[in-house]
Design a protein around this ligand. Structure first.
Ligand code: NAD
Length: 484
């Protein structure tokens, strides 16, 4: 391995307005848009509204920077990315607070966890490599598989985990030798704009660009002939649009989309100790989580006791401002999602489903606060079972037979993840094997890792992030043959 000098990570004093990062430089824009604090609905900051010209300049800069970046060794690129992890670490506390302010999640728990996990991810991904594979080596002939960078990657991210899901893209994209233009959600652009500014102190100009603005910028990226790949995390509806417009130049596309994950608690499970785990699996980040448990199927023999204990555990959870140390669950991140939830709550009420906890949104509150809500045994065809709520509301549904519950779990057009809980690991694993999902956990949930591929089945996505497979998703598979 070549020795590569350590790159120093300076600390920045963030002063003045938020800026775009284009070609290694801060760029101010003529127009800006308001970013709201979801806990108060007050304006938190003005974010720069990038235009089509800014996006064009960012893509051109990334294209210009690509050959020299791709020509570096993996170790040289890894050293830059490690330095980037150090620089992010130096700004960790500011990022945690900013994440709470723009996204709403509790500072002391979810926000801290997200930022720390993201920095860890960057640091570890800097060490990952894709080895050259020799698949044939005879006296006459050698066949090798190499993985070469694609070019400019466009990254488009959502508002629920803007830090983790953004940095999940940056590190593997850059370590494999690509350059990047990133566009955050207009609801949560601030941490990502800081990523750009921090990157200005580390990366060669043009390697990492950040442009905030409206959804039209995302569309521009997906149509652009100089972008080789789109790495997208967001809703299935937008994912379909990304795929359609990416067809113009046959872009590589990774889509991490929505889900309606089922958790299945089998008969004879020792369920009492699982209540806290399953509660947080469903309600962490106020349910605004692609892999949140969104349908909880419990065997009828234990269903009544289970619901009672679940409600007892959930009852005292505090929904509030994420800056408050007493807060367990923050607000809904934006008004659009809050309104969708109001509509879903109204449907639950109108249909008279049993609601042993919550059920009424107090609209007099200043922030987008939605109470922890449990719906007891609604019908399978109800909206609350069929749709992805993306909020703190969970149906707990009784089932009788394993075949029945597997069929119900698989009846969804989504297939992101799921979990099975049971006394016999082999039996539970057999059920898990029947679920049509990208990930399934048995007697545990929400384990992720740098080396664990993560992706969706069916309408939940295409391709994976993380693991060797995720890294390879940022590359072209190139077969090299030698005659000896
Ligand atoms: P969204 O699809 O509304 O927006 C995602 C991003 O796409 C934003 O940056 C947005 O500006 C951009 N965008 C909008 N229109 C576009 C277009 N026509 N072309 C290109 N880009 C466009 O999603 P959201 O509401 O921000 O996020 C919530 C959704 O994301 C949920 O469905 C959730 O399940 C899903 N999600 C999936 C994962 C996963 O890993 N599978 C993770 C988090 C969230």
């Amino acid at each position: 391995m070549n020795q590569v000098a350590k790159i120093q990570a300076p600390k920045i004093d963030f002063e003045g307005p938020y800026v775009l990062t284009i070609d290694g430089k801060p760029v101010e824009t003529n127009k800006s848009f308001e970013v709201f604090n979801p806990a108060t609905n007050e304006v938190l900051a003005q974010a720069p509204e990038g235009t089509a010209e800014h996006m064009e300049a960012a893509i051109a800069a990334a294209r210009e920077a690509f050959p020299a970046w791709a020509a570096l060794s993996w170790d040289q690129r890894g050293a830059y990315i490690e330095a980037y992890a150090d620089a992010l670490e130096a700004h960790k506390d500011e990022l945690i607070t900013l994440l709470t302010l723009e996204q709403g999640k509790p500072r002391h728990s979810m926000a801290k966890g997200e930022v720390e996990a993201a920095i860890f991810w960057v640091r570890e991904t800097a060490k990952r490599r894709i080895a050259i594979e020799t698949i044939e080596d005879t006296d006459e002939h050698t066949v090798e598989i190499h993985h070469t960078p694609l070019g400019v990657v466009g990254a488009i991210t959502p508002w629920n985990f803007p830090v983790l899901l953004g940095l999940w893209k940056v590190a593997p994209c850059l370590v494999t030798g690509n350059t990047m233009v990133m566009k955050p959600s207009p609801y949560t652009p601030l941490c990502t704009l800081r990523f750009g500014q921090i990157g200005q102190t580390i990366f060669p100009a043009g390697v990492f660009n950040v442009v905030s603005g409206g959804n039209d910028l995302g569309q521009q990226m997906t149509e652009h002939p100089d972008i080789a790949k789109i790495s997208f995390t967001g809703s299935t509806a937008t994912g379909k649009r990304v795929m359609a417009s990416g067809a113009s130049n046959l872009k590589r596309i990774t889509l991490e989309l929505g889900g309606n994950d089922a958790a299945i608690v089998l008969a004879d499970t020792d369920w009492q100790p699982l209540i806290p785990t399953l509660f947080w699996a469903a309600f962490g980040n106020s349910g605004q989580w692609c892999i949140a448990t969104k349908r909880l199927y419990v065997h009828r023999s234990i269903h009544t006791d289970f619901v009672k204990a679940f409600v007892d555990f959930a009852r005292d959870k505090v929904v509030g401002n994420g800056l408050d140390a007493a807060t367990d669950l923050g607000p809904i991140q934006n008004r659009m999602q809050y309104d969708k939830l109001k509509d879903l709550f109204a449907d639950v009420k109108a249909n008279g489903y049993a609601v042993p906890l919550g059920g009424t949104i107090d609209e007099s509150l200043a922030g987008n606060f939605v109470p922890v809500t449990i719906v007891d045994n609604p019908p399978e065809d109800s909206r609350i079972v069929q749709e992805e709520p993306f909020g703190p509301i969970l149906p707990i549904i009784a089932f009788d037979e394993v075949d029945e519950v597997v069929a119900k779990a698989n009846a969804s057009p989504f297939g992101l993840a799921g979990s099975v809980w049971g006394p016999d690991r082999k039996e539970a694993a057999a059920v898990a094997n029947r679920l049509e999902t990208g990930t399934v956990w048995v007697n545990e949930i929400h384990i992720h890792g740098i080396d664990i591929p993560f992706g969706g089945h069916k309408l939940s996505g295409m391709g994976v992030e993380n693991g060797q497979e995720g890294l390879k998703g940022f590359t072209n598979t190139k077969t090299l043959m030698f005659h000896k």
